[in-house]
Design a protein around this ligand. Structure first.
Ligand SMILES: [Zn+2]
Length: 337
């Protein structure tokens, strides 16, 4: 089969690799219906994170089960499935407490930008859904990472009805954070964004205000919009030191910054947290725990996160997909095998 392999900075190729097979009785093999490129894949593509050897890449997918191991009982061949960007058992104490992304048996895929993947711990990882209408596929695909990650930011920040929420980041996760804040009843949603097409999509998703400034200018604008008080909750969806510093400054005393941006050289600004009485809570999203909540919202059309995909390409043009996202010509690219 064909799968995407990253060889180094600005070098991804679709290559012929061995077909995935059932290696353990708890495995499933899933034929991918759609996959996509994640902002976190770009760290390696841009050369910021090292690529030591050619490596399969991609961690988001929806697909159809092709085969299951002898111990698998929750899914069967032919079923359409959604799964998180990791594998988990869904039975350990951390999974049961709502944090499956820290599962005691956490496992990873070989690379999902491929025609098929081996899914470890299939019973704990995969959720079967009835064969969806074609137009629902992009939204279902976002549940494997970005929509559930935006939801996690809102959950960690404690977003409740009527709150004023600031969303930091206008990438796919930030935009999904807007959807999450809206779904949780936020009264006002302020998005930090400088890009017109992303601002428009943020407004469609429920943003009430756009702040184009960052740093001190951004803080001043957010304070201006909140009578100098600050936001009740902040969703940090970038992960840089600057973005975390700004997020802590947008928050009103007593508020929590929900952070889900993969940290890169980030400074937790403990002194600011102390002086402003602002909390920081978050981490890698426990996507599997949110699926039972989010799937019905997608299936009944309450949320439409698939709109973050503004470009769709066949898998054999995966190199173009990376280029388009790295150059910010696309928010997120959907890949069809
Ligand atoms: Zn677990």
């Amino acid at each position: 089969m064909r799968a995407t392999v990253i060889h180094g900075a600005h070098d991804v190729r679709l290559e012929e690799v061995p077909d995935p097979v059932i290696e353990l009785p708890t495995d499933a093999v899933v034929r991918t219906v759609a996959s996509c490129v994640c902002g976190s894949d770009l760290w390696r593509y841009r050369g910021i994170a090292p690529v030591r050897r050619p490596t399969r890449i991609g961690h988001e997918y929806v697909g159809v089960v092709e085969a299951v191991g002898d111990a698998v009982t929750a899914v069967r061949p032919g079923q359409f499935v959604v799964g998180p960007f990791y594998s988990c058992d869904s039975t350990c104490p951390h999974c049961e407490a709502g944090f499956s992304s820290v599962c005691e048996h956490l496992d990873w895929y070989d690379g999902c930008q491929a025609e098929a993947i081996r899914v470890p711990l299939a019973d704990g990882t995969l959720v079967a859904v009835e064969q969806p209408a074609e137009e629902l596929v992009p939204s279902l695909l976002t549940l494997s990472d970005v929509m559930a990650t935006g939801w996690h930011a809102a959950e960690m920040a404690g977003v409740r009805a009527g709150m004023t929420v600031v969303v930091v980041g206008d990438g796919a996760v930030g935009l999904c954070g807007v959807i999450a804040a809206k779904a949780k009843g936020a009264g006002r949603i302020i998005v930090i964004s400088r890009h017109a097409p992303r601002q428009a999509l943020a407004r469609d998703f429920g943003a009430t205000d756009i702040v184009p400034g960052r740093g001190e200018a951004g803080v001043e604008q957010v304070m201006g919009l909140t009578s100098g008080i600050g936001a009740d909750a902040v969703l940090e969806c970038v992960g840089t030191a600057d973005s975390i510093r700004d997020s802590l400054a947008y928050a009103r005393p007593g508020a929590v910054v929900g952070f889900v941006g993969v940290p890169h050289d980030s400074d937790p600004s403990i002194a600011t947290m102390f002086s402003r009485n602002v909390g920081l809570r978050g981490g890698m999203a426990p996507v599997r725990n949110y699926l039972p909540q989010l799937l019905p919202l997608v299936l009944d059309g309450t949320i439409d996160p698939g709109r973050v995909f503004d470009l769709e390409l066949p898998l054999d043009r995966v190199a173009e997909a990376y280029e388009a996202m790295a150059e910010r010509r696309a928010i997120k690219v959907l890949l069809r095998p």
